[in-house]
Design a protein around this ligand. Structure first.
Ligand code: CA
Length: 230
């Protein structure tokens, strides 16, 4: 069964070239030209991946990403943000909103297809650790098979990457994991991602976990540790 990529892009020429190259690579493609249409189409069609332009005519790509990642019906769908602007701030914002990868135009079609494949490859890898892992520490409970996390039995809405980060730390409780090792385990081998991204996502994860966030300890100059001490 071929996989479907939803292209949310208002530059017709770019969208056409991307669609053509993805179809050549064996994907089915659907293209829409506004953010609202992107959100609606993602809910309706459940694509395997969303390629999301940052500057759209109606709402920003970041807002589309936020909506997709906050809706349980769509938050498991990987999102690759596409932008013409290369500022670091965008990348950090993109990941904070739950984007799974971030590419900057101009980009060769070969590289774009590679990145799409890489994101799709690592998405089903999540189960490696997390599928088997269901455990509770203090107020925190993680249910691996359903990819859900609870604090005091109230569900916490985590992006796919945040969930992987939590599981990576939880499954090696008490051990210190370096940023590099977390990047490797959670993000996969991506040259584009910097260690600072780990710090940003860790902060967000802590905030989301509320009272359970204190278990995520920073070990200065080394990395992070999940501690079961209160
Ligand atoms: Ca655009």
């Amino acid at each position: 069964m071929s996989r479907t990529v939803l292209i949310v892009e208002d530059e017709f020429d770019f969208a056409d070239v991307v669609a053509l190259n993805l179809r050549r690579a064996g994907f089915e493609t659907v293209a829409v030209r506004s953010g609202e249409a992107g959100v609606a189409e993602a809910r309706h069609r459940k694509p395997d991946l969303v390629l999301l332009d940052l500057m759209l005519p109606d709402i920003m790509g970041t807002e589309v990403c936020r909506r997709l990642k906050s809706d349980p019906a769509t938050r498991g769908i990987p999102v690759v943000m596409v932008t013409a602007r290369g500022e670091e701030i965008d990348r950090v914002v993109g990941f904070e909103l739950g984007a799974d990868d971030y590419v900057v135009k101009p980009i060769s079609m070969r590289e774009l297809v590679l990145r799409v494949n890489a994101v799709l490859r690592r998405s089903p890898q999540v189960p490696d650790d997390s599928e088997a892992l269901s455990m509770a520490v203090g107020p925190l409970r993680v249910d691996g098979p359903s990819h859900r996390a609870f604090v005091d039995e109230v569900e916490v809405s985590l992006t796919a990457l945040e969930f992987r980060l939590l599981v990576a730390l939880l499954s090696r409780r008490g051990r210190v994991l370096s940023r590099e090792s977390l990047l490797d385990q959670v993000w996969g081998l991506q040259a584009e991602v910097e260690t600072r991204t780990v710090d940003t996502m860790m902060k967000r994860l802590r905030d989301k976990l509320g009272t359970a966030g204190r278990h995520l300890e920073t070990v200065r100059g080394v990395g992070y540790r999940f501690s079961d001490q209160d």
